[in-house]
Design a protein around this ligand. Structure first.
Ligand code: GUN
Ligand code: ZN
Length: 434
């Protein structure tokens, strides 16, 4: 058995701060340790207890006085947009046509895709992100290249080729049959292989015909352990276009519901401009609303409404993600900082515990992987990030007046970025720095 100990200030979540409040939601061990055995958590808690359980001779990676958290999880990011991030001056539909669809055509070349996949995975690890739910391009071979790069690094990646059969350049269009067949072949080849998972990925209602949405719904039914992802109600022009493309439908979420795509396994990017009955529909179906704050600010889409999602008889499941390249940072810390500001503009306080919960256990729950990733529960996969809350001069300076853990975490989120990431572990192995 291969064992290792990570020692430092351990912080992880056992419940949801949105429903339980901050204090009971987390566990904090100021002199803590993690015992990893064959890539999984064997024990987590006070160092003296954990060290006593470790087999003699177990190596200790001593990260004191830094924080050790479960590796971050990003539930919405676009692999072919690493050259799109920071593209100027457009809102969603023009941004897609002017920048995104141009760049995504390059992924027809598997060698290009393979090169970009190396960058993509390395960059996630540099940011402390050990799991991501990823949109690939329409190309099966590009999607394959991403799975290969992730497997080479031991990362848990859930990804899918986008399905698009209209309102996109010819070179980026599949057909309902091709989309179905290629997705199915990728599922057969990759889903459940090592840590790879397949995500059925109709891009959004504008770029899929009814026949293709039908095929996507069929795939979701046929593969009960695959996730699905799409975009919804991000931008007002998008919503108007969906209304004219689907004139018989009451609203945007009804389109996805009609094709069986609102499910507990569906991750819905953005969900900004939803009517109350649409929030109810999401809650009733158990679908997840994925908030992507840096993207929503950058593309000028709107302000996500936490209170509308949470303050209802049945709260909507929530998730937090970067949405690179509409999003402007790969960092989940930067993403949480912008989520706080967006929430402020909507009159909602996002506590540092709630934000860190979303980035770890909350996003694991969104993926249906509670207890597998996102926590230090015994048996969980030992993905971890080591964070230095003094890594940046202004942050170290701020720490001089911090009085407790909550204040430290809030300053770390607000001022921190990948400079605070001292190490990233996947399945108990050091993955960054390499
Ligand atoms: N809606 C459909 N495709 C996309 C995309 O690539 N990025 C964002 N932000 N929204 C989308
Ligand atoms: Zn997106």
């Amino acid at each position: 058995m291969r064992t290792r100990i990570l020692r430092g200030r351990l912080l992880w979540f056992v419940d949801d701060p949105f429903t339980m409040g901050d204090a009971p939601s987390h566990r904090y061990a100021p002199d803590g340790a993690l015992l990893v055995a064959d890539g999984r958590i064997a024990a987590a808690g006070e160092a003296q207890d954990v060290l006593a359980q470790a087999p003699a001779g177990t190596h200790v990676d001593d990260h004191r006085p830094h924080l050790i958290l479960p590796g971050f999880i990003d539930t919405h990011i676009h692999f072919p947009q690493t050259h799109v991030i920071a593209s100027y001056g457009e809102q969603l539909l023009d941004w897609l046509n002017r920048y995104t669809f141009v760049e995504e055509q390059k992924y027809a070349d598997p060698a290009h895709a393979a090169r970009q996949a190396q960058f993509f995975c390395d960059e996630l690890l540099r940011q402390g992100t050990t799991t991501a739910v990823v949109y690939s391009s329409v190309h099966a071979a590009a999607t394959e290249a991403l799975f290969v790069a992730a497997a080479g690094r031991g990362m848990r990646i859930a990804a899918g080729k986008v399905m698009m059969d209209r309102n996109a350049p010819e070179a980026l269009r599949d057909t309902p049959e091709e989309g179905y067949r290629e997705s199915k072949a990728l599922i057969a080849r990759w889903h459940g292989r090592g840590r790879a998972q397949y995500v059925i990925s109709p891009r959004f209602a504008i770029t899929s015909t009814e026949a293709q949405l039908e095929a996507a719904g069929t795939l979701l039914r046929e593969h009960p352990d695959c996730l699905a992802q799409t975009h919804m109600s991000e931008n007002l022009g998008e919503i108007a276009a969906v209304r004219s493309l689907f004139p018989g439908m009451a609203d945007y979420s009804s389109v996805y519901e009609r094709f069986g795509l609102l499910s507990p396994r569906t991750l819905l990017g953005h969900c900004i401009h939803l009517a109350p009955e649409e929030w109810d529909r999401l809650a009733a179906q158990g679908a997840v609303a994925v908030h992507c704050p840096t993207s929503n600010l950058f593309i000028g889409s709107g302000l996500f409404d936490f209170a509308a999602a949470l303050d209802r008889a049945r709260p909507v499941r929530l998730s937090l993600a970067t949405d690179v390249g509409g999003g402007t940072s790969y960092s989940m810390l930067r993403t949480a900082a912008e989520a706080y500001k967006v929430a402020q503009l909507r009159g909602f306080n996002l506590s540092p515990f709630a934000a860190l919960h979303l980035m770890t256990r909350g996003n694991a729950l969104a993926m249906g992987l509670d207890g597998v990733i996102g926590s230090f529960a015994p048996g969980a996969e030992a993905d971890a990030v080591v964070l230095d809350s003094h890594a940046i001069p202004a942050l170290a300076h701020r720490m001089e007046t911090v009085r407790d853990l909550a204040e430290e975490l809030f300053a770390l989120i607000t001022l921190g970025d990948e400079r605070c990431v001292r190490a990233t572990y996947v399945m108990g192995e050091l993955a960054n720095p390499p």
